[in-house]
Write a protein that binds this ligand. Structure first.
Ligand code: GLN
Length: 530
C-alpha cells in the first residue's frame, strides 16, 4: 500500500509548494522508491483547459490527454514519471462528479452533503491515483493557502484519509513564507505560527515545516518555529531561493529532508543516489557565454504561460553549454518595419502555441523574417500552423491564406478542421494527449530524434489541410512527420540545404523534455542557433 505525503501552503500563495513537493519526489525516487504525484486545486473550473493563460499560466497536458495545472509539469520534470488524468483534481471536477451521481440516483435518496459525499469523492480520487500508479509514496499537493474558504473540503478529506490509512502512513508538510524585515534586519516566525494554528484548527498537525525565504532562515528562527509549532528541530527545513530550480533537491538533501521523511513514514533500508542529478546541476553551472532566443507569443506578459517551453530551452542549454537568455517579444509588436530591430540580437526565433486571432499577423511576419533571413525558427503547434500560412502566402502566392480559426470565410484555409471535427465547441474537444508520429528519412526531425517513430503530446483543434499537401511539397516544404497512416501532417520543415533550421511541429515536445533528458528538437534548434 502507498504511503501519503500531503503538502499544504501557508501565509501566501505562489510560494513554490509545487517545487518543494517535486524536489522531495525526486529525492525519494533517488532512494529507489516509486513516486506518484497529485495536485488538488480548489478552484471551480472543471479543469484549467478553458482558463486564460494570463490568469493561470500554461496548461500542462499528460500522455492520456488530461489538461492540468502547470505544477504537474514540475512533477514530471523533477520526478520523471508520466502523470495521468488522476493527477489533477479541481473543486469543479469534484462537484461535477458528485452532482452527476446525484442525478443518476447513485446516492439512493440520501441528502447529498459536503461531508461525506464531497469528501468521499476527493478521498476516492487520491486513493485511485495511488492505486493506478502502484506508488510506494504518493505526494499530494493542496493548492491555495491555508485559511482559504474554498480549500476546506480538501483539508477535511486529507484529515479523514490520514486516520483511515493510519497516521503512521501519512506525513503532513506545511510550506510557509518566512518574511524578512529589512528595517530591523529580522526574519519573522509569527506568520508561520499563525498558519500552523489555522491548520490545527482543521485537525491537521504538520510533521514537517518548510520555510520559504529569499536567503537562508537563521537557525534561531528555525528553532523558534520548531518550539512554537511543535515539530522536531530536524523537521524544520530551509528552502531559500536558488539560481536554478533544479538545485532545490540538492539543498533539501543537504538538510537530510529525504532521510527525515523516510524516518517519519517508517520507510527503512533505502539509500540515496543523486549522482545523475548532481551531474545535471553541474552542467547548469558550467555553461558559458549567453545565447539569446526570441520567444514570440501573445501571452508574453505572463512568462508562466510558456513555462514548459522555457524549461525545455533551459534543458537544451545544459546540453549545448550556453546560458540561455530569452527575449520576450509580444507578437503584436512585430511588423516588417520593426522585425529587423527586434531580432537583430537574437540567434533564433521560437514560436509557441496559442489560440485566437490577436497577434497572428505579427507571428506570420516573424516566421517570414526567420525564413527569408535564414534564422533558425522553431514553431510549436500554432507556431507550425503559422509557418504553413506564411509559406502559402509568400511562396505559393495565396495572399489570403490563413487558418479557419482566424478567418472562417477564407478561400485558402491551409490550416483547417478535419472533416470529422465539424461543429466542435470549447472545452474538452481538442486532439489531446499522446499520438505517434512517423518520421521521414533524411529530415531534421530524424536527425534530432534518431528514430523513425516517436510519440509526442498534442493540444489543438486545427490541422494542416491535406488539399494543399502536394502544392506545398512541390514548392519545397518538406513534410517530415505524419501520423502512421499518413493522413495527418504532424511536422513541416525546410530542407537543410535551404535553411539551417526551419521546423514546425503540430505537437508539443515541451511536455516531455526533462532536465536530464532534454527534448531532442530543442537541442537541435539551439545547436543550429549556435
Ligand atoms: N489554436 C490552434 C489550434 O487549435 C493551435 C493550438 C495550440 O497552439 N496549442 O489548432
Amino acid at each position: 500500500m502507498s504511503k501519503f505525503i500531503f503538502v499544504t501552503g501557508g501565509v501566501v500563495s505562489g510560494l513554490g509548494k509545487g517545487i518543494t513537493a517535486a524536489s522531495l519526489g525526486r529525492l525519494l525516487k533517488c532512494r529507489g522508491l516509486k513516486i506518484a504525484s497529485q495536485k488538488l486545486d480548489p478552484y471551480m473550473n472543471v479543469d484549467p483547459g478553458t482558463m486564460s493563460p494570463f490568469q493561470h499560466g500554461e496548461v500542462f497536458v499528460t500522455d492520456d490527454g488530461a489538461e492540468t495545472d502547470l505544477d504537474l509539469g514540475h512533477y514530471e520534470r523533477f520526478i520523471d514519471e508520466n502523470l495521468n488524468k488522476y493527477s489533477n483534481l479541481t473543486s469543479g471536477r469534484v462537484y461535477w462528479n458528485v452532482l452527476n451521481k446525484e442525478r443518476q440516483g447513485e446516492y439512493l435518496g440520501q441528502t447529498v452533503q459536503i461531508i461525506p459525499h464531497v469528501t468521499n469523492e476527493i478521498k476516492d480520487f487520491i486513493l485511485k491515483n495511488a492505486q493506478v500508479s502502484g506508488a510506494d509514496v504518493s505526494i499530494v499537493e493542496i493548492g491555495g493557502t491555508i485559511g482559504d474558504i474554498e480549500s476546506q473540503p480538501f483539508l477535511e478529506a486529507i484529515r479523514q484519509l490520514s486516520t483511515e490509512v493510519g497516521r503512521k502512513n501519512c506525513l503532513f508538510i506545511h510550506v510557509c513564507l518566512v518574511p524578512y524585515i529589512s528595517g530591523s534586519d529580522e526574519y519573522k516566525s509569527k506568520p508561520t505560527q499563525h498558519s500552523v494554528k489555522e491548520l490545527m484548527a482543521v485537525g491537521i498537525h504538520p510533521d514537517l515545516i518548510v520555510t520559504r525565504s529569499d536567503e537562508a532562515v537563521p537557525e534561531e528562527i528555525r528553532k523558534k518555529i520548531s518550539l512554537f509549532c511543535n515539530v522536531a528541530e530536524d523537521c524544520v527545513i530551509d528552502n531559500k531561493t536558488l539560481s536554478s530550480l533544479y538545485e532545490v533537491p540538492l539543498m533539501l538533501h543537504e538538510q537530510k529532508m529525504d532521510e527525515v521523511v523516510c524516518r517519519e513514514l517508517g520507510i527503512e533500508g533505502t539509500t540515496s543516489n543523486l549522482s545523475e542529478w548532481e551531474k545535471m546541476v553541474n552542467s547548469i553551472h558550467s555553461r558559458k557565454d549567453e545565447i539569446q532566443i526570441a520567444l514570440v507569443g501573445k501571452y508574453v506578459k505572463l512568462h508562466d504561460s510558456y513555462l514548459s517551453i522555457v524549461e525545455s530551452l533551459n534543458h537544451a542549454s545544459f546540453v549545448v553549454g550556453r546560458k540561455l537568455k530569452i527575449k520576450w517579444v509580444d507578437s503584436d509588436s512585430v511588423t516588417d518595419k520593426t522585425a529587423p530591430e527586434i531580432f537583430k540580437d537574437c540567434a533564433g526565433i521560437i514560436l509557441p502555441g496559442g489560440f485566437g486571432n490577436r497577434g497572428i499577423e505579427g507571428m506570420i511576419t516573424s516566421a517570414r523574417f526567420a525564413r527569408t533571413h535564414k534564422m533558425p525558427y522553431f514553431g510549436i503547434c500554432l507556431g507550425m500552423q503559422i509557418a504553413v500560412i506564411e509559406f502559402a502566402r509568400d511562396v505559393l502566392n495565396f495572399s489570403d491564406a490563413n487558418s479557419r480559426e482566424f478567418d472562417e470565410q477564407c478561400e485558402h484555409a491551409v490550416i483547417d478542421l478535419m472533416k470529422d471535427q465539424e461543429g466542435v465547441i470549447m472545452g474538452g474537444t481538442m486532439r489531446l494527449g499522446k499520438y505517434p508520429c512517423k518520421i521521414q528519412k533524411g529530415t531534421i526531425l530524424e536527425k534530432a530524434y534518431k528514430s523513425n517513430l516517436i510519440e509526442e503530446r498534442h493540444r489543438h483543434r486545427y490541422e494542416f489541410n491535406n488539399s494543399y499537401r502536394e502544392q506545398m511539397q512541390d514548392a519545397g516544404l518538406v513534410i517530415g512527420g505524419t501520423s502512421p497512416d499518413d493522413k495527418i501532417v504532424e511536422t513541416v520543415e525546410l530542407s537543410e540545404k535551404e535553411h539551417p533550421f526551419f521546423v514546425g511541429v503540430q505537437f508539443h515536445p515541451e511536455f516531455k523534455s526533462r532536465p536530464n533528458h532534454a527534448g531532442p528538437l530543442f537541442v537541435e534548434f539551439l545547436k543550429a542557433c549556435l
